[in-house]
Design a protein around this ligand. Structure first.
Ligand SMILES: [Zn+2]
Length: 441
């Protein structure tokens, strides 16, 4: 594809007008201020006319539970413990691997529609989820959810052999689009022995860890009671968990000592502002993390605590809520929120050649229609991109150069096409499966 005369969000997260961008073999072949020679242009396929459009890196969702799409709207307005124990756990106990597959297909369609090409996904039925992602032409870091209460080595849990097989069969599948991460669900759902065993497996490999960390005040209080006053961050650090690359979701209830550790260890913090607000969990100290130069990325979390995979919403919240919470209008800049949703998210997934519009990078891109009234006037559109733009402005999403969503001749309210996904089938399957499960409860 050749993008002609299109505004772009460049590697410095600044908007540059009137560029030509060539995409070939899944990568960005060139970015230029000049139109290529006619002979060169002819070697590209489709010419995409860019007037009234903004080309930017696609988005990377650093924390998701994609099959929980089936729980969308099912568990509302409840305190966290009742939400989990009375609603989520009984529903999830009825979910089959095929339910997980269809929940993931629908999640992929939704993410593609909002410019998201890749997600770090923690759940069960990893093979079915990976299959759904490969078929959708998208990317994911899959981890199989670990719950380990018994005092025995990791090798004696069936998940140990399952993870070995997953890594052998799926890690790097689809030209690297699928990666397998190891999971430690959280301090409270795993034993120290199992954490140490998992660390031994991951250390020295190109694998990564995806964990939940200090999401609620209760979690931190109970951890301190169990572990001689240690916070979850201190507990995991003592074990050595942060010696390997870790994406830690939430980090809401962290103190200065915790931040010192997370900063020193280069941990990727996946902030989930919508989920943390909806469940009343609190505000992660994102401004302080950014001041420290820490790796902050963005996640949607599961659909029982967010209701949408529109990561533009989370980006908007990240740029906005800390201004109110800290009474500082400079708390998180739009550029910092954009970086979290794009290149930092990609790096958190071990995808260092993704998340930036620059020559040689993988062509994970989305195009926004900027002809709507909310985009005018905009002397520097980067601010409007975060404060007024939205996932619903996305009219094209490419993953490794392949179109996974497009809405040509876009008009308000009209939906586009998903060339790799049968959306009507996915909606029907998910609706029927959720109805079945609710009927069984
Ligand atoms: Zn989560």
């Amino acid at each position: 594809m050749l993008f002609a005369d299109i505004d772009i969000l460049d590697e410095n997260l600044a908007v540059q007008p009137h560029r030509w961008v060539g995409v070939r073999d899944g990568r960005i072949a060139f970015v230029s201020e000049e139109a290529p020679e006619r002979a060169v242009a002819a070697t590209f396929g489709e010419v995409y006319h860019g007037r009234g459009k903004l080309l930017m890196p696609a988005l990377y969702n650093a924390h998701a539970h994609s099959p929980m799409t089936l729980l969308r709207g099912f568990a509302e307005n409840l305190p966290l413990q009742r939400w989990l124990e009375e609603k989520c756990f009984p529903f999830e106990a009825k979910m089959t691997a095929e339910d997980c597959y269809w929940g993931t297909v629908l999640a992929c369609a939704e993410m593609a529609r909002y410019g998201v090409v890749s997600f770090s996904d923690m759940y069960y039925a990893s093979e079915e989820r990976a299959r759904a992602v490969l078929e959708a032409g998208m990317k994911a870091n899959m981890c199989e959810g670990l719950v380990a209460f018994e005092e025995k080595p990791y090798a004696e849990y069936p998940i140990c052999a399952q993870m070995e097989a997953l890594v052998a069969d799926w890690h790097g599948a689809g030209d690297g689009r699928i990666r397998i991460d190891y999971n430690i669900h959280s301090e409270y759902l795993s034993t120290e022995t199992v954490c140490r065993d998992i660390l031994d497996i991951v250390r020295g490999t190109d694998l990564r860890l995806h964990i939940h960390l200090s999401e609620t005040e209760k979690e931190v209080r109970e951890c301190r009671e169990r572990h001689g006053g240690l916070s979850p961050v201190e507990y995991f650090d003592r074990i050595g968990i942060f010696d390997v690359p870790v994406t830690a979701a939430h980090c809401v209830w962290v103190d200065e000592t915790d931040l010192d550790i997370l900063q020193a260890r280069g941990v990727f913090v996946a902030n989930n502002p919508a989920s943390n607000l909806k469940l009343g969990s609190g505000f992660a100290p994102i401004p302080e993390m950014l001041r420290r130069g820490m790796n902050v990325c963005l996640g949607s979390d599961g659909m029982a605590s967010n209701n949408n995979h529109n990561l533009f919403h989370d980006m908007y919240l990240q740029a906005l809520i800390y201004k109110g919470a800290t009474l500082d209008p400079t708390a998180v800049t739009p550029q910092q929120a954009l970086a979290a949703a794009t290149r930092v998210g990609a790096r958190s997934q071990g995808r260092d050649d993704c998340g930036v519009v620059a020559e040689g990078m993988r062509a994970d891109l989305c195009v926004l229609d900027t002809t709507g009234p909310q985009w005018c006037p905009a002397p520097d559109p980067v601010y409007n991109l975060v404060y007024a733009g939205d996932g619903s402005d996305v009219v094209l999403t490419l993953c490794d150069g392949q179109v996974i969503y497009r809405a040509d001749g876009h008009s308000a309210g009209s939906e586009g096409q998903w060339p790799t996904i049968d959306l009507e089938r996915a909606k029907a399957e998910c609706a029927a499966r959720t109805a079945r499960i609710i009927g069984e409860l």
